[in-house]
Design a protein around this ligand. Structure first.
Ligand code: AMP
Length: 425
């Protein structure tokens, strides 16, 4: 019998881990610099946490949730996104009693029964941030600035930021009516997806990617022309803050985002390196969600981005993370030197060097082949011949040359090289 991965999931193999470690270290560093603190919620929650907040007729809730009843007959769902669960935790741990803003970041796997393709999986990793308790447009700009900093720091190029305002509940209902009036004569030409949403949630139709629908939406009224004065001011102020921080953006009045809980600001980061699944992240304001969960009215703003799509974009741009730790392989001849080699490896590891001892007894020739294939920077050869001279042969795999050094000199050289490598990062 041979087992295969479930459709839409992937193994992240050891050779691919360095880019993950790199991005993970950056997301922690950038978030902390902005005063966001990490929160880890469970991978599964009570189903209602998502179904009631994300929206019953969103794709996520209607078609994509991994839901089941546990052995205690509870309705459970593997989290499809982060915000709803974090809002639940915000209230459950009484963060609402703390002075605002309360700022969280999170990172981990999400689950959606999506149709798998390049950049779209059933288990994928999201990095996200949430800022609770402030309705000032500066908070929206800060969320966008943090995301921009992260993308810049990891070297992702050609990313476009699109922004929009989806208004508050009052202006949305006016817009909803306008949209329905405009679309009613075209209803029969709309795809099935839009047809279903026509009555339940017409704004969501604007998300549809079908060319025939997009053609119809082309002349639909724009939400920014109907939003109320306050929402309009908020939107302009967000833009003033972005300009002040030299963050470039485009206004996309068709940007509505997939989830129901957004109010006012909505934004998305689009990578030109990706094909159909070109959104690497997005977010916006969700001023009604906390109240919806039974808390007091609390403004909030956040974003989430998908790590797999970021990695795909980096690969497309041939951007690779800086090297891992210095990797050293020590080969000892005979039992006595093996003991010494194990000790030397221990000394090197103290400097965060990856030091391994070859205890397979393979020949020098096959050792070199192995070291080359596995990207070791140095091979240290400690044979009887070296021992007699109180030296170790140090082979630099990149340069292809070698020298003989004392054990103390070897440690010094490795220490220097690893420090230089770190400064380069
Ligand atoms: P959303 O939570 O739908 O706003 O998605 C935020 C980001 O998560 C997207 O921009 C993607 O980068 C990523 N994402 C969403 N769904 C998937 C998926 N099925 N597979 C991979 N990444 C995804």
């Amino acid at each position: 019998m041979s087992f295969k991965l479930p459709r839409g999931t992937r193994d992240i193999l050891p050779a691919d881990m360095s880019i993950w470690y790199y991005l993970e270290s950056k997301l922690h560093a950038v978030s902390r610099r902005y005063g966001y603190r990490e929160i880890r919620t469970p991978i599964f929650e009570h189903t209602e946490v998502f179904s009631r907040s994300v929206g019953e007729d969103t794709d996520i809730v209607a078609k994509e949730m991994y839901s089941f009843r546990d052995r205690g007959d509870r309705h459970i769902t593997l989290r499809p996104e982060g915000t709803a669960a974090i809002t639940r935790a915000y209230l459950e741990h009484r963060f609402d009693a703390q002075p605002p803003p309360v700022k969280f970041y999170y990172y981990g796997p999400m689950f959606r029964y999506d149709r798998p393709q390049q950049g779209r999986y059933r288990q994928f990793y999201q990095f996200g941030i949430e800022c609770f308790g402030v309705d000032h447009p500066a908070a929206d700009a800060e969320v966008i600035a943090l995301t921009t900093d992260f993308l810049e720091e990891i070297g992702l190029e050609d990313v476009e930021l699109q922004i929009n305002s989806v208004g508050c509940s009052q202006c949305r209902s006016i817009y909803r009516q306008k949209l329905v009036d405009y679309l009613a004569p075209h209803r029969e030409q709309l795809c099935n997806y839009c047809h279903q949403r026509f009555d339940s949630n017409p704004l969501r139709m604007l998300d549809c990617k079908k060319v025939e629908c997009q053609e119809i939406f082309q002349y639909a009224p724009e939400i920014t022309t109907v939003i109320c004065e306050e929402c309009h001011k908020h939107f302009s102020d967000v833009q003033r803050h972005l300009q002040n921080l030299n963050i470039e953006y485009e206004i996309n009045t068709r940007l509505v985002r997939g989830l129901d809980y957004y109010t006012r600001t909505a934004f998305e980061f689009i990578s030109s390196a990706l094909g159909a699944q070109n959104s690497i992240g997005g977010g916006g304001r969700y001023d009604n969600l906390v109240e919806f969960f039974g808390g007091k009215q609390t403004p909030a703003v956040g974003m989430a981005m998908g790590m797999e799509r970021i990695i795909l974009s980096l690969h497309e741009q041939k951007q690779f993370p800086p090297h891992d730790n210095l990797q050293v392989l020590i080969s000892a001849e005979g039992e006595k030197l093996l003991f010494k080699a194990m000790e030397l490896a221990g000394k090197l590891r103290k400097y965060d060097i990856t030091a391994e001892v070859d205890y397979t007894g393979r020949s020098l020739k096959s050792l070199m082949k192995y070291a080359d294939k596995h990207n070791y920077s140095y091979v240290l050869i400690w044979g009887e011949w070296e021992q007699k001279k109180d030296k170790i042969t140090v082979r630099n795999m990149q340069a292809g040359d070698q020298e003989e050094l004392s054990e103390q000199q070897v440690v010094e050289l490795m220490k220097r090289t690893t420090c230089m490598q770190r400064e380069d990062k």
